[in-house]
Design a protein. Sequence first.
Length: 324
Amino acid sequence: MITRDLQVDSEGKLHHFLTIDSLNRQMLTEILDTAESFAGVTEQTVKKVPLLRGKTIVNLFFEASTRTRTTFELAAKRLSADVLNINITQSSAVKGETLLDTLRNIEAMHVDMFIVRHADSGAAHFIARHVAPHTSVINAGDGRHSHPTQAMLDIFTIRRFKGPDFGRLRVAIVGDVMHSRVARSQIHALNLLNTGEVRIVAPRTLIPASVESMGVRVFNDLRSGIQDVDVIMVLRLQHERMKGALLPSEHEYYELYGLTEKKLAHATGDAIVMHPGPINRGVEMDSEVADGPRSVILQQVAHGIAVRMAVMSLAMQRHPGGTE
Ligand code: CP
């Protein structure tokens, strides 16, 4: 069980960042507001602040990543930290070294923070339990459990485009909710902000059992699911996590659930379209939509830098000596 205690210290300050579900609204808002203050840094000529000078941050990615790994690296560099990227495929993990041994050996190099992505749910939590007390762990995606910084950058993007009053918003999450760590984190974050209505839209085979207990409305039809929504968050089909044939074919999925300009007309006139990436074009959505005027997909990526700067600086603030 991932507890709130593991994420925050005795004073309620962020220590690790593993999951959204145990945050409260105040902490979530603090991350968003801190990210807002960092968004300006990324637009300056000199894109650096000295907050984490002298700190060592290690990117420990056991699973492929483009956006998350690079934006964490950029965010750490913009905070003036030293960043080490461990290439797992060329590390001793491929010779059978255990996760814990890999961790202990890197930790011996006086690391202050690990950014962890792993195919197993609970991996970041496991690492957080075993690191030295001064070391922070940030979850960059664990199995199908959680991807908290992705959800934070998604919420940050919605707030920038739609304003801070989530109570008046209808949000639809479309696609493979069953295997998605992103969807779980998004639903928790949207609930914390008292979002007016959160819908999930997917074929029955891609909807987890008792998902309604998370306070969402479930739709199996795309057109009615996105009717009058303000935000459409499309998910990737997570083929690597599917066991057996959950879908008849990608073509049929596209016909029923692929977002096209025509289907998009069911949403509000100024609805925004989001996707965490990587996109399967022509399956989850048309290129016309992905590259169209309603798409904020590349803005999501850019916002990832400011949000990850916020999470890293807040997690370091509690350290003796803290941020500069
Ligand atoms: N959204 C996301 O996690 O993308 P990557 O897998 O490229 O990091």
